[in-house]
Design a binder for this molecule. Sequence first.
Ligand code: HBI
Ligand code: FE
Length: 290
Amino acid sequence: MVAQEHLADLEIAADFTHAQPLDRYTAEDHAVWRTLFARQAALLPGRACPEFLAGLKGLGMASDGVPDFERLSDVLEKATGWRIVCVPGLVPDDIFFGHLAKRRFPVTWWIRRADQLDYIQEPDAFHDIYGHVPLLMNPVFADYMQAYGEGGLKAAGLNALHRLARLYWYTVEFGLIETAEGPRIYGAGILSSKGESVFCLDSAAPNRVRFDLLRLMRTRYRIDTFQKTYFVIRSFEELFEATKPDFTPLYAALESRPDLGAGDLDAEDVVLTRGTLDAAEGGWGESADV
Ligand code: HBI
Ligand code: FE
């Protein structure tokens, strides 16, 4: 499906939100949700971080079909003050950041087709809801996401959006977290992907590097393959504290440092796993970093 098809007849507000068109979900849509949900439920215990699993449980997220966003919002709001808002798909950066800054998480209403279970380029309802919303039940992560929205509005004025986009990519979407039992997943891009849920922890191909804010903001990334490098945080408190200061001097300092490729290691890195970067294993053929 292309984005345009999802727009037909929806009344979209200036902030890109609209009511969730619950009556438009087909039997196939609900079946796709059930399949994806069951696959991840079988895979994620012992792989996802405990905070994600607790959030999933706390939300009472249904395995029976695409959930009602308002019902989820009511549970979420009681826990951390966040709500879900329904959007037609990717929204402009300033709109996206504006919602986050107000503790509203934009969620795409439509779900991928049955022939797109393993990969879809744009975020859909399964990625947005299943991947992102459970961690918004966690108070520290919930504050981090709001701060990210506020930082985004500021970065836009400083020509540093690409730095902040890297932070989102390598934490919110593809982050790993250390636990007493070993590394666990907290990134939504991984949690909503069967293949990457296994690859990011079990494969010898990718690098796993200790989270360092400056280093991360120098690192390009892959949007259409598994990641070449995962950054590992020690706690959500560490992430929140590291990103709390004003980034303005940081952006200035970064001007004189060269970017790193998605698979590059730096002399100062704390390398937890040095990846083989085996292209066949990672699916890294012809595609390039962004
Ligand atoms: N819109 N709906 C939606 N979801 C996103 O994750 C999103 C977006 N617009 C912009 C955007 N993400 C990114 O460019 C920022 O994270 C940098
Ligand atoms: Fe996402």
